[in-house]
Design a protein. Structure first.
Length: 337
């Protein structure tokens, strides 16, 4: 592209943690950034359902349940989140069940959550990076390279008039790969190497605390893999809420099942663990919940085409991996911009 196009904005497609981390770093480096996301707000899989029904107003984290911290850069970022009041350590009582025996985790591990909900760190990042022009409910369908920069076509608006010096995809691999098939086959091939798995989540509401001796449990038998007293997380208010996550294997097998049948199956599995029937239950299907195995590239960047990929699936999975992947891609872009 010409030197003129270098002065154009950079497009970031996806406003989960990886995309917001990337956008924030580029803004701090002096770039103009436009962010697009198909949802109504930020956070991606760091998601919280908020609603009201017969049990009253409620909320429940139904995507990422917590995050851990190992990298010094991410630890410094989490400290900023804590200072801003959008994250806190979750001192949960944890257990593990193998189908026969209950045990407690042997190694203490710091676990953090967003406060007052899991979406809060992403919302804070979006506000901190408010200099980015953000378009919600915009589903990017096509990328085209023109002499005056990259063009974006969305399902909602058709061809956008703005041109971009670079396009960075912070999307699950099955969504990002097809956008690169015609314009960057090498990037599409990277995305094709990632096998993303689905996950069913069921959110439960109760009128009183549930009498179970743990706040979170890793279940290694049957359809469930994780059960949590969501209302035990710091900063939560409202009724007792629980979250049931099905295993990736069970979820992929039942990914097209009805919500009612999934709720029935997971409630039966929860009952076998001692869980009582809830006042109400809601299911959510994540088609792209995690990657097995996650890649370890960190990010992908084609300096000639000025196209990039970032996301947890490129960097070992998990929340920390997403944030670091976005930062890694921003460094690649800023180095050549």
């Amino acid at each position: 592209m010409s030197a003129f196009t270098q002065t154009l904005p950079i497009a970031v497609i996806g406003a989960g943690l990886a995309g917001l981390s990337c956008a924030q770093a580029l803004l701090l480096a002096g770039h103009t950034v436009h962010v697009f996301d198909k949802s109504r707000g930020p956070s991606g899989r760091m998601s919280t359902r908020r609603a009201e029904d017969a049990a009253g107003p409620w909320q429940c984290d139904h995507g990422a349940q917590y995050f851990t911290v190992r990298d010094p850069q991410f630890r410094a970022e989490v400290a900023r989140w804590q200072q801003a009041g959008v994250a806190a350590q979750w001192d949960a009582r944890l257990a593990s069940f193998d189908g026969k025996t209950w045990t407690a985790p042997h190694t203490p591990l710091e676990r953090f959550v967003g406060t007052p909900r899991m979406t809060s760190p992403a919302t804070w990042l979006a506000q901190v990076g408010e200099r980015a022009h953000t378009q919600w409910q915009t589903t990017v369908r096509q990328l085209e390279r023109h002499p005056d920069g990259w063009a974006i076509t969305s399902a909602e608006q058709g061809l956008h008039p703005q041109r971009y010096s670079a396009v960075l995809l912070a999307l699950p691999a099955p969504q990002g790969g097809p956008l690169l098939t015609d314009v960057a086959p090498a990037g599409a091939a990277v995305a094709g190497r990632a096998r993303m798995r689905g996950s069913w989540a069921v959110m439960l509401r109760y009128g009183a605390p549930v009498a179970l001796p743990w706040d979170g449990a890793f279940i290694n038998a049957g359809p469930l893999r994780w059960v949590a007293r969501d209302s035990s997380k710091p900063g939560r208010a409202g009724p007792e809420t629980w979250l049931l996550h099905a295993s990736a294997e069970w979820s992929d097998t039942h990914i097209e099942d009805s919500a009612d049948s999934v709720i029935a199956a997971l409630l039966a599995a929860f009952a076998a663990l001692g869980g009582p029937a809830p006042l109400a239950a809601t299911a959510h299907r994540w088609r792209y919940a995690d990657t097995e195995p996650a890649l370890t590239l960190g990010c992908w960047w084609d300096a000639d085409a000025r196209l990039g990929l970032c996301g947890d699936w490129l960097n070992g999975g998990k929340v920390e991996g997403a944030w670091l992947s976005g930062r890694a891609l921003a460094r690649q872009v800023a180095h050549v911009a």
